[in-house]
Design a protein around this ligand. Structure first.
Ligand code: AMP
Length: 448
């Protein structure tokens, strides 16, 4: 063991690599290089350049990588390569904080491993346990799970155990721990072999993550691709300073100005997300909400419609602000300023991903000045104002006010219906039905 390489203490890789190289140069085997090529991954990203060679050497990794850095590929490729060398069922476990992330990780494993016949299973809450038990009985190669539901299966599903596991990945470890999954993670660590490889990925290095690192990793190599809380280079960040009562009109103005782009709009509450989605749809925009009061199926449905580009505007609460794999977001709008400034970094991380460029626009009202100053302080720069024609915004106010009235009415109706049916029909299907009822009058407003 070299000096400074104490058990559980991360060391920097020996030489940082500057130039992007090919996956083959990193030691990735031909069949997986072809898979990367088919996904359009021409050159490895920075985290992949740093992590893949060390992972292939069989070292544990602590990876500090920004959202959209390609970290899933950084851990999936070495795991798939090891699986090719020694095929085995129940080979790897990936722990991740949210259901959406779990499905995205599974998609990447399946896409990269399709030609080698890899089987993955997603084990998350909100989905029938029986069908999950059946899937586990088939012994997949890779399990992608949220900690709570996995512990449930470890304790209650007959015949299921992870005693042969070779790889453990803890993805977004800071978030797993912030969501109070500590006990579950401890339980999982106790029932998997100590003799395994572990990759711990986290956006931030918190005290809790350090503690987990000491408990779970052996002699890890640290792979960091950006310093703490940096926003990506190709991101143009703006703010607009406006009176709170005109927020909706300014939003509509910006959506018109930047028409043709895909948008992700962040709101502070489920209710405001729903209201704003209704408002925009009343004005003819293809907007779709995604928030925690929607069922898992509806959340996935909304996300898929947005991914398939059937909808150009996704409105979300912070539930959706991290980890979601939405590659084509051109513009992030912070309609409600984040109360925790770190959330700003995660939100704007939805655009300018994997080398693309992107824009973010943060709405700052008379009530948000202090929060905005904190964000500027955190990212270490002053943001420019987004250029606007105030008179044009004011010309929109009447039509926006009418759409607001409709939205309020629809929201009330939805609430009443929900109470009477105890249903959660709160997504765009419901909105669509109401819009059809309202008829051609709204179609005309599409001229916006
Ligand atoms: P991740 O940070 O793992 O969520 O990845 C973010 C996005 O980058 C995903 O859509 C990946 O498909 C994509 N991606 C990962 N690696 C590469 C690469 N080497 N070149 C281009 N895109 C990539």
């Amino acid at each position: 063991m070299a000096a400074g390489e104490e058990e559980g203490q991360a060391v920097e890789p020996e030489a940082a690599v500057e130039e992007p190289r090919s996956f083959k140069d990193l030691g990735v085997t031909d069949v997986l290089c072809e898979a990367c090529d088919q996904l359009g991954w021409k050159v490895p990203t920075k985290i992949q350049v740093e992590a893949i060679p060390v992972a292939l050497q069989g070292r544990d990794i602590i990876g500090l990588a920004e959202t959209g850095s390609g970290k899933t590929g950084a851990f999936a490729l070495p795991i798939l390569q090891a699986l090719l060398e020694t095929p085995q069922r129940l080979f790897a476990l990936v722990l991740t904080p949210t259901r959406e992330l779990a499905f995205q990780i599974s998609e990447q494993f399946e896409a990269l491993g399709s030609s080698i016949g890899v089987h993955t299973t997603v084990i998350v809450g909100g989905i029938d346990t029986m069908s999950q038990s059946l899937a586990l009985a088939k012994k997949p190669h890779v399990i992608i799970a949220t900690p709570g539901r996995l512990v449930d299966h470890l304790e209650n599903t007959k015949g299921f155990n992870l005693r042969a596991l070779k790889f453990l990945v803890m993805d977004e470890a800071d978030r797993i721990l912030n969501m109070d999954f500590e006990t579950e993670v401890d339980k999982i660590l106790k029932v998997i072999p100590r003799d395994r490889k572990t990759f711990l990925f986290s956006a931030t290095m918190t005290k809790k993550v350090q503690k987990l690192q000491r408990a779970a990793l052996k002699n890890p190599v640290k792979c960091a691709v950006s310093s703490k809380y940096q926003t990506v280079e190709k991101l143009q960040q703006y703010y607009i300073f406006i009176p709170s009562k005109f927020k909706d009109s300014y939003l509509v103005y910006i959506l018109n100005e930047l028409a043709g782009n895909s948008f992700m709009i962040f709101c502070s509450t489920c209710n405001n997300t729903q209201r704003t989605a209704l408002l925009l749809r009343n004005l003819g925009f293809t907007a779709i909400p995604l928030h925690g009061q929607m069922s898992q199926n509806k959340r996935l449905g909304a996300l898929n419609k947005f991914k398939a580009k059937a909808r150009s505007i996704l409105l979300a609460t912070d539930v959706a602000s991290r980890g979601l794999d939405i590659p084509h977001v051109d513009v992030v709008i912070n309609f409600d300023i984040p109360t925790h400034s770190k959330d700003y970094i995660h939100r704007v991380g939805r655009t300018a991903r994997a080398g693309r460029s992107g824009k973010s626009i943060t709405f700052v009202t008379q009530y948000d000045v202090e929060l905005f100053q904190r964000i500027e302080h955190l990212i270490g720069k002053k943001l420019p104002a987004f250029p606007m024609q105030e008179e044009e915004v004011m010309m929109l106010t009447e039509r926006v006010a009418e759409a607001q009235r409709f939205a309020r009415m629809e929201l009330r109706e939805q609430g009443e219906k929900k109470r009477s049916r105890n249903d959660d029909d709160d997504t765009e299907e419901a909105i669509g039905v109401r819009n059809k009822v309202a008829g051609g009058k709204k179609k005309k407003r599409k001229a916006f």
